[in-house]
Design a protein around this ligand. Structure first.
Ligand code: BGC
Length: 738
């Protein structure tokens, strides 16, 4: 059949029809957007968010304002059904102020099923902030398509103590890495039209120790152990340590990423609960950093209506306890809180909603069908591949299919979706186990057997009869309870994994251990195994990502964002109850700024694997360091046989500004993940700003650069720094290395 052009009058009608349809759609969506705000004076998008917030505020009754300070919908909230939002705040229908919906969290929305991301600890291990942007985009996109306006993430608390139950939820022990990741995560999330909520402000570093042994067991109810419970603990921490270690990532989230909301934490800081802590919320967050968004209380973290109102808490999500209407009314009537204070809180909430476009768009629909699941799966696989960290390799990896007859996969985590508990727990849309992925990658000619490892002797026999053994071992971390020790048996969720690894490695030295842990664990068998990979909690694409790393399709991109100690007693908070879990409610941050590798370096303790460490399948040479003004440049060359990744790390040793002011031996102040083909080199350029050379000057309450000689070191990890230069500041003379 010959296809002829349609007659011109038909074409004209067709195009006019199309135009009319487009116009209708445009008007309809415009109407939807306008309809959401209505046709009130505050709906004029030419006005500033402040002006719009003031206009709407002026139209609200006192009861309506009070209602906006507390969440609603007890059953739709966190206690609701499997697809419930984590929180809701009914708006004010009278003035067309819509309901706001809230959802957890840092590994994906906790609302039905979702794409389960690798744990943030694994994301931090990529040392690639662009991947944090991607992670934030994926999580927020799904939160949006589940009908939410705000996502309770990222978690950015520093890992002060590797026992911490929420270590997996955040970015490790270094504030610089933390800040870089948090900023991009928030930018990614907010690029989706969802408001991020950086948490938990501040120094929320322990859940509580539970000597009964039940804490932290999978499925155990949330609720901190009795000692050092997160709900009551009082962190006694000096100002300099706060500023240098526990706050920089929050500061970056506010100043660089313009995060819309901040979640104040359960714990007390220096005698005041975080959600009523004037120093934190008003002096630092609002006045010093210029935060214009609103502060949300963690669930059950607001205790005292008057203090919450007067010291900077804007919204209590669920269930409003401190911000029950009658409590607020009482505070106003008794004159213990003023109208201006009430207005201030409402204004901040409204201003944020205006500033982030909440009124000027249609409401988000809760419908999983909108989620681009395959694209998200690809994105999270890429993140996981880049976060898997190779800690040891005795010429065993990557595996070469042609040289293998059989692989014994051992340990039940090889067949399970391994992750942590609490509000970071996500039910994945789909999941391919490492065992299935290894079978696929090995191909038909390699026999892949599986043993759950329940009996170490049987597993060892299996390993002996195979060309290679791959043992999977995991831990379980959760919000609500700290781990009681750092071995793989704490809590005993997967049996005696240390004995299993010892037996298998004794039977076959060609044993690869794959750890799926949220944070550091003890590795007493490390020198007896052929290879060791840390996959963290790898998310729903962990299986395929691991298989690609094991078989060398990709180079393991990860580097440690935390120190792996040799012994539990080596950690910064070990051996002193005052430091952890505390005496009474008080936990004394006696280690000061010596957190993480800063502690190990200062005390000259050799870790099992240092901060920043991770191997590649190729080798890199670092050379030609040059420091000019604020710019540090150096050359990185791939001198191995294949394409690979290195993370170039820059550390600064700040001279002590005065007697008694302890400076860590070195601090990370720059990094760059570099991918190079074999034989190729590149010149890496990193910037050192004034803050990189500064300490917190307590006497003057400001950042200051001390006079003296600063050592700049560059290399592959905190303990492998081949390049050095010295720079002088404040007129110091630093000899010929200057
Ligand atoms: C957690 C928060 C979380 C909230 C809502 C709290 O227990 O500390 O991180 O966002 O629950 O699920």
């Amino acid at each position: 059949m010959r296809v002829t052009d349609p007659p011109s009058h038909f074409r004209r009608r067709f195009f006019l029809g199309l135009l009319a349809a487009c116009l209708f759609l445009a008007l309809a969506s415009g109407a939807a957007a306008r309809g959401r705000c209505g046709s009130h004076p505050w709906c004029d998008t030419h006005l500033s968010p402040d002006a719009r917030a003031n206009l709407l505020l002026g139209a609200l009754t006192e009861d309506e304002k009070i209602g906006l300070l507390g969440g609603d919908d007890f059953n739709g909230g966190v206690s609701g059904g499997p697809h419930a939002h984590t929180g809701t705040s009914d708006g004010v229908p009278r003035v067309d102020l819509p309901t706001t919906y809230y959802s957890d969290g840092p590994l994906g929305p906790r609302q039905g099923q979702a794409t389960a991301l690798p744990a943030p600890m694994g994301l931090a291990a990529t040392f690639r902030p662009t991947l944090a942007f991607s992670a934030g985009s994926v999580v927020a996109n799904e939160a949006k398509f589940k009908g939410n306006d705000v996502v309770f993430a990222p978690t950015v608390n520093i890992m002060r103590n590797p026992l911490g139950g929420r270590s997996f939820e955040a970015y490790g022990e270094d504030p610089f890495v933390d800040a870089q990741m948090a900023v991009q995560w928030i930018r990614g999330a907010q690029s989706q039209g969802v408001i991020a909520d950086v948490k938990h402000f501040a120094a929320n570093n322990q859940e509580g120790a539970d000597p009964t042994g039940h804490g932290g067991a999978p499925g155990a109810p949330l609720g901190a152990g009795p000692f050092g419970s997160r709900y009551i603990v009082n962190d006694v921490v000096d100002e300099r340590t706060l500023r240098e270690i526990y706050l920089p990532h929050f500061e970056a989230a506010v100043k660089q990423a313009h995060v819309g909301t901040v979640m104040c934490a359960y714990n007390q800081v220096n005698g005041a609960f975080s959600c009523e802590n004037r120093h934190l919320l008003q002096q630092i967050l609002e006045h010093e950093w210029g935060f214009k968004g609103y502060v949300i209380a963690d669930y059950g973290a607001a205790h005292n209506t008057i203090n919450n109102l007067n010291n900077g808490l804007d919204f209590e999500a669920w269930p409003p306890w401190s911000y029950r209407p009658q409590e607020i009314q009482l505070a106003l009537l008794s004159g213990q809180a003023s109208q201006a204070t009430l207005d201030g809180h409402v204004r901040r909430i409204l201003r944020t909603l205006f500033a982030y476009g909440f009124f000027d768009r249609a409401s988000y629909r809760d419908d999983d069908a909108q989620i681009p699941k395959r694209a998200h799966a690809r994105a999270v696989r890429r993140i996981e591949e880049s976060g898997i960290t190779l800690l040891r390799n005795r010429h065993l990896l990557p595996l070469r299919r042609r040289r293998l007859k059989s692989i014994a996969v051992i340990g039940s985590p090889a067949t399970k979706f391994v992750t942590g508990g609490g509000s970071g727990n996500v039910s994945p849309f789909s999941y391919a186990s490492p065992l299935a992925a290894i079978r696929r990658a090995a191909g038909r000619k390699v026999n892949v057997s599986y043993d759950d490892g329940a009996d170490p002797a049987t597993a060892a026999a299996h390993a002996k009869a195979s060309s290679v053994a791959i043992v999977f071992a995991a831990d379980y971390e959760t919000e609500g309870a700290d781990r009681q020790c750092l071995t793989l048996e704490c809590p005993n969720a997967y049996g005696d994994q240390d004995s299993l690894i010892q037996s298998v490695a004794a039977a076959n030295p060609r044993t690869v251990v794959v750890l799926e842990t949220g944070a550091p664990v003890l590795t007493p068998w490390r020198n007896r195994v052929g290879a060791l990979l840390e996959a963290w909690y790898p998310g729903e694409q962990g299986g395929p990502a691991l298989a690609r790393v094991l078989f060398g399709k990709v180079d393991p991109g990860g580097r440690l964002p935390v120190t792996f100690p040799q012994n539990e007693g080596d950690t910064p908070t070990a051996g002193d109850q005052a430091k952890y879990p505390g005496i009474g409610v008080n936990v004394y941050y006696k280690e000061g700024v010596l957190v993480g590798y800063r502690w190990y370096d200062a005390r000259r303790i050799k870790p099992a694997y240092p901060f920043g460490f991770g191997l590649s399948y190729t080798r890199f040479r670092y050379s030609h360091l040059r420091v000019r003004a604020n710019t540090v440049t150096f050359t990185v060359r791939n001198v191995g046989r294949r394409t690979g990744r290195t993370v170039a790390e820059l550390y600064v040793s700040i001279p002590s500004p005065g007697f008694g002011v302890v400076e860590p031996p070195r601090q990370l102040k720059g990094f760059a993940a570099v991918k190079l083909r074999r034989g190729r080199s590149t010149r890496v350029r990193l910037r050192l700003d004034a803050r990189s050379l500064s300490y917190w000057d307590v006497a003057h309450s400001r950042w200051a650069i001390p006079r003296g000689c600063f050592l700049i070191s560059v290399g592959r990890s905190s303990r492998d720094l081949p390049l050095h230069a010295v720079v002088a500041r404040g007129g110091a003379r630093c000899g010929d290395r200057d």
